[in-house]
Design a binder for this molecule. Structure first.
Ligand SMILES: [Mg+2]
Length: 234
């Protein structure tokens, strides 16, 4: 059999959304550690790794850079517990993106594909978000914000884990994501990329970064599968 394709999904606004639980929990964690009122953060989380979001929040809070390392590690320690509460509280607003349930089921069962995630979330919090919708079994491997704050360096981490886990090489590596950061991270490791305008970036904005394919959403599951198999023009 020919080598399969590795497909790495971004999580937030690509697979699912959790009603802003992540930023709410990070803000609470910062408030707890700095013992102050919750700051109204203007830090845009889309496409960023959690460590970079935290660093931007610390900068925004005016914390001297000499304290960043200590505060960041304490904050990321309390964050998962606070996220668990927020995920529970925001369950009614949480949902999978259109088409995702069938897409991951079909791709998981397809002999040409192997799946993983590539996300700015910490591994523990990524797994918590996926668990809300029972998606963890579809994504046995991944690369996470807890591996490296620089998303552009996560591709090789995911690829190495996938090689070991699936015990094979891959004919192609695909990223699927909703921001230009996903596109740049794919290019940084020579992967192909399918951009989806399901987050805050418009299709026109995503097209500026020249993804291999760009869709409004993942609902047309058979079309997505055909694009990734390379048998349809983009
Ligand atoms: Mg995203």
């Amino acid at each position: 059999m020919s080598q399969p394709r590795l497909v790495l999904f971004d999580i937030d606004c690509t697979l699912l959304r959790t009603g802003g639980a992540g930023m709410a929990a990070l803000s609470q964690a910062l408030c707890q550690i700095l013992e102050g009122a919750p700051p109204q953060s203007a830090v845009p989380p889309c496409g960023q790794t959690d460590p970079n979001i935290v660093r931007a929040m610390l900068r925004e809070a005016g914390l001297p850079s000499s304290r960043w390392g200590e505060v960041e590690s304490r904050l990321l320690e309390v964050y998962p517990e606070l996220l668990a509460e927020e995920l529970q509280r925001r369950r009614p607003e949480s949902r999978l993106e259109r088409g995702v349930q069938r897409l991951v089921e079909d791709m998981h069962a397809h002999p040409e594909f192997r799946l993983g995630v590539l996300t700015g979330n910490l591994e523990v919090t990524a797994r918590m978000k996926l668990d809300v919708f029972g998606l963890n079994p579809y994504f046995p491997i991944g690369a996470f914000g807890s591996d490296c704050a620089d998303r552009n360096r996560l591709g090789p981490v995911a690829l190495e884990r996938a090689r070991r886990h699936y015990a094979c090489e891959f004919s192609q590596v695909w990223f699927i994501g909703d921001t230009h950061h996903d596109i740049l991270a794919a290019r940084a490791c020579g992967a192909r990329v399918l951009a989806v305008a399901t987050g805050s970036s418009t299709r026109d904005r995503l097209q500026e970064f020249c993804p291999d394919h760009c869709l409004d959403h993942l609902e047309a599951v058979d079309e997505v599968v055909q694009l990734l198999l390379g048998s349809m023009p983009g």
